[in-house]
Design a protein around this ligand. Structure first.
Ligand code: IMP
Length: 437
């Protein structure tokens, strides 16, 4: 199986890191291809927990090549913080990490813009991670004010920073004086010092140099050599900039459609796509969420599932499994099979609900609406299923699951239209059930 991809089918935080970590054993190369330090992947093994943000989950196996491809936006401060914290815990990082010279760089101005722009959405904030992701992708697409990793080693690098700093400072002056004072921008210092940024990024450039190369070419060679490549998606399909719940999305193609554009590897090489879902739904930040349980049920899921953001520590909004949304994401991503995560969190509920369609303005919809306003009006139609009492966190084979848990899995598979291949009942690698039939 030469190319395998792991993508999230909800609003992110589906526990993709665990699946990637398991599959890394059978891979030669692991690639991060979109997003940036907004992602938070938790990997647990040997009783140790690691939180990754920019670095591919392959990093724990030295013989696996970890690649940060051109579609990623890189904040060097976050990158080196992560590298330093991993190396302090004994993880070896040198030639096993490659960074694309095509990847775009996040600068301090992007983080300031993130704070200012998240607040001018009028009625509801996007609730970004404030990592500068959207503003960096914005500069990438508009080109004139973008700086890529490869530019760090060119003679005009310092001049570019100086020039862009001047432009951004003038922009901030305009933006800040038009801001509504209620916009929670306390402590915002919207004045950039070019010299300080140049000094800081000159140090980053030298630290980054050994890792930087043309990763597209490397990956195309790896394809020719029949290497096993694992593509590690960040965020979830419903946060996709083109196909998600716009504007309450991230700024990259976080669904299956982004794998090729972000990595440079042609789609026909990717032979299998695993869609990762939680056994319920969560969302961080703003935007419509039809099956949200803003009540005791949601609180219980949050407590049991430890549903707090890896990056921002924000409490996640929790709700029932939405089969309409997941079916859409699975079709969009060309998903082959499903990995169903955190099933153990649902033990002890008398009943469970799965959303099978929406009622929007008196009409029944069994597809995911393209307009956020429609999704906001959607009233879920639920199928109610019996829960189970048993703690399932030590179950190792499918047949040993309570019959109601098996029925819940079966209904998810039927409603989403994909086979469930992996069930996760705890964070450790060992707490994984494989369904082979
Ligand atoms: P941004 O990616 O920081 O611009 O944030 C845009 C939206 O995507 C916000 O609602 C974030 O909470 C959400 N988001 C970004 N990254 C993640 C993630 O890794 N998991 C879950 N939500 C995310």
């Amino acid at each position: 199986m030469p190319g395998i991809a792991v993508i999230g089918l909800q609003w992110g935080d589906e526990a993709k890191g665990k699946i990637v970590d398991i599959l890394t054993d059978q891979s030669d190369v692991v690639v991060r291809y979109q997003g940036g330090a907004n992602a938070g992947h938790t990997v647990v093994f040997g009783g140790e927990q690691y939180k990754l943000s920019l670095i591919p989950s392959g990093i724990f196996r030295y013989d696996v090549q970890s690649v940060i491809a051109g579609g990623v936006v890189i904040d060097p401060e976050a990158l080196f913080k992560e590298i330093d914290s991993l190396t302090a815990r004994g993880v070896r990082i040198d030639k096993n990490l490659m960074i694309s010279d095509r990847a775009h760089l996040i600068f301090p101005w992007h983080k300031i813009e993130d704070r200012i722009l998240d607040n001018v959405n009028g009625h509801e904030a996007i609730g970004t991670t404030m990592r500068g992701i959207g503003p960096c992708y914005q500069d990438k697409v508009s080109r004139s004010l973008a700086i890529r990793v490869g530019d760090m080693f060119k003679s005009e690098f310092k001049y570019r920073i100086e020039y862009i700093t001047g432009m951004k400072n003038r922009r901030f002056d305009g933006l800040v004086c038009n801001l509504d004072k209620s916009m929670h921008l306390e402590g915002l210092d919207a004045e950039l010092d070019a010299k300080h940024i140049i000094d800081e990024y000159t140090v980053y450039a030298e630290r980054m140099r050994p890792y930087v190369c043309d990763t597209t070419n490397y990956l195309l060679d790896a394809v020719d050599m029949d290497k096993r490549i694992l593509f590690e998606g960040a965020q979830g399909s419903l946060l996709d900039i083109d196909h998600g719940t716009f504007p309450f999305v991230t700024s990259s193609n976080s669904s299956g459609v982004g794998i090729s554009s972000g990595s440079g590897v042609p789609p026909q090489f990717i032979k299998k796509i695993l869609g990762v879902v939680k056994a319920y739904s969560t969302r961080v930040g703003g935007g419509p969420f039809p099956t949200e349980q803003d009540n005791e049920i949601g609180k219980l899921i949050r407590t049991r599932g430890k549903e707090y953001g890896t990056v921002t520590k924000r409490p996640r909004r929790c709700g029932w499994f939405d089969a309409v949304a997941v079916r859409y994401a699975a079709r969009l991503g060309g998903v082959d099979t499903i990995s169903l995560m955190l099933l153990d969190v649902l033990s002890g509920f008398d009943i469970l609900r799965i959303c099978t369609s929406y009622n929007i303005n008196g009409r029944v919809f069994d597809h995911f609406p393209s307009q956020t306003e429609d999704l906001r009006l959607a009233i879920p139609n639920y199928e109610t299923l019996p829960g189970w009492e048993e703690d399932i966190s030590n179950v190792q084979i499918y047949e040993d699951l309570p019959s109601n848990a098996k029925y819940y899995i079966q209904r998810i598979s039927e409603l989403v239209g994909k086979k469930v291949e992996i069930i996760s009942v705890g964070p450790d690698r060992e707490k994984t059930i494989y369904i082979n039939s």
